[in-house]
Design a protein around this ligand. Structure first.
Ligand code: AMP
Length: 194
């Protein structure tokens, strides 16, 4: 199974992605985590990405794509994976679909964890990560609206998008995700780069 989690910062997608990955036994790949690690280690990608991340901006599409391609080539990803925080722009999704098509595969399901902005602001203010200061939070929510939200239509058009209510408790959100997964595995077949 190849699964993508989409949701604004603070929606709980990281928590849910980890939980589902443990349950269905595929690796959980968070581009945010990979980038923070690259930053810490000052790799070539890290040195280019750090400042943008701290300011709440999005790292250039090509750079993230390259990082994901490298990670997905590893053996543990051959059976499937959960992508958390990627794709984050329509361009990333297009580049990624092209790559998957060349490999004769495709994404199976896209989960959109939906949470209203008032609730997101409350959650993010209490989180205390380096990129969680007020200005950066605002910027990240703006970036989500302008660059990531259009992705929802992209995946909706090919019948892969499934909305999940992120206001519910973590257990309830997880249960809803399992229901979606069940439904998807029963009715496989959609139209983007199949
Ligand atoms: P996250 O942990 O998913 O909230 O990501 C933290 C930060 O990493 C984001 O605010 C971006 O600066 C950067 N980032 C993570 N994933 C991507 C992506 N797919 N495209 C561009 N930037 C990303």
């Amino acid at each position: 199974m190849r699964i993508v989690f989409i949701g604004p910062p603070g929606a709980g997608k990281g928590t849910q992605a980890v939980r589902l990955a443990e349950q269905i036994k595929v690796p959980h790949l968070s581009t945010g985590e990979l980038l923070r690690e690259a930053c810490r280690l000052q790799t070539r990608i890290g040195t280019q990405a750090c400042k943008t991340m701290e300011a709440g901006g999005l790292v250039p599409d090509e750079l993230v794509h390259q990082m994901v391609v490298t990670r997905l080539a590893e053996k543990d990803c051959q059976r499937g994976y959960i992508l958390d925080g990627f794709p984050r722009t329509v361009r990333q999704a297009e580049m990624f679909d092209k790559l998957l098509m060349q490999q004769g595969t495709s994404i199976d399901v896209v989960l959109n964890i939906h949470v209203e902005e008032v609730e997101l602001l409350k959650r993010l203010a209490g989180r205390g990560r380096q990129d969680d200061d007020t200005m950066a939070i605002k910027k990240r929510l703006e970036q989500y609206d302008s660059l990531t939200r259009p992705l929802l239509n992209y995946y909706l058009d090919c019948g892969k998008l499934h909305a999940v209510n992120g206001h519910a408790s973590p257990d309830q959100v997880h249960a809803e995700i399992l229901q979606v997964m069940h439904k998807v595995s029963e009715s496989k077949g959609n139209s983007c780069s199949n």
